[in-house]
Design a protein around this ligand. Structure first.
Ligand SMILES: [Zn+2]
Length: 220
């Protein structure tokens, strides 16, 4: 075979062959493109399903913990802080002894607050204020943990932002009005089971817990 010379018929055959190869490759690329489109739609669907299942899982987990009540170790710390506080309120002791008991009660309460994950919160919502009052009627919402007693105001009126007692998936927030708040909080903190007065209040004033449970268990 001579070098440097190309037979035109061989060349055209090669051109045809290359063109055919290109057509096949383009068809394959188009087919893969369609598959990627279908798969990415499926991926999106799967991601949505995962998000919705995740949300449901968190809510159900909160309810599970709610029904289980306050965890044992946390309850022990709470019982001991309450007992120290009650002892500190005794009248039949010397001034020095009363001082010692009060310091001990403060210490127990601080220790409880340090370990408490604030699972059950009582709160009322804040208000942004109205234009016609020049926003003078605004007030911040308040959250209080009914297990350890820690309480906070919103960092900004009606923003829902709290330094520590933020609403989270693993916390249950019982909402009430600012009128009922102090009384309910006192009742919850002084009783052995802080959830009992909240449940009673929920039955009397508003049924958030019931509704919460119905929403969770009513759907699917
Ligand atoms: Zn707490």
């Amino acid at each position: 075979m001579e070098t440097g010379k190309v037979d035109p018929s061989v060349l055209s055959e090669r051109i045809d062959h290359a063109a055919e190869k290109q057509r096949v490759a383009l068809r394959e690329a188009a087919r893969l493109g369609r598959r990627i489109g279908a798969l990415s739609a499926k991926k999106e669907q799967a991601e949505k399903a995962a998000a919705s299942a995740g949300w449901k899982y968190h809510r159900l987990d909160v309810i599970r913990r709610f029904l289980a009540g306050i965890p044992g170790e946390l309850m022990k710390a709470r019982v001991s802080a309450r007992s120290d506080r009650q002892k500190s309120e005794r009248q039949d002791v010397t001034v020095a002894e009363a001082k010692r008991l009060a310091a001990r009660a403060d210490e127990s309460e601080k220790a409880l607050m340090r370990v408490c994950p604030h699972p059950f919160i009582l709160g009322y919502p804040g208000h942004k204020g109205t234009y016609s009052y020049d926003y003078d009627d605004r007030y911040p919402g308040k959250h209080a943990c009914v297990v350890c007693g820690h309480a906070e105001h919103e960092s900004e009126c009606a923003s829902g932002r709290y330094e520590t007692l933020t609403e989270r998936d693993d916390r249950m927030v019982f909402r009430t009005s600012s009128n009922h708040f102090d009384e309910l909080r006192k009742e919850a903190l002084s009783g052995h089971d802080p959830l009992a007065p909240l449940l009673d209040a929920a039955r009397v004033h508003e049924p958030p817990i019931k509704r919460y449970l119905e929403i969770e268990f009513g759907s699917d």
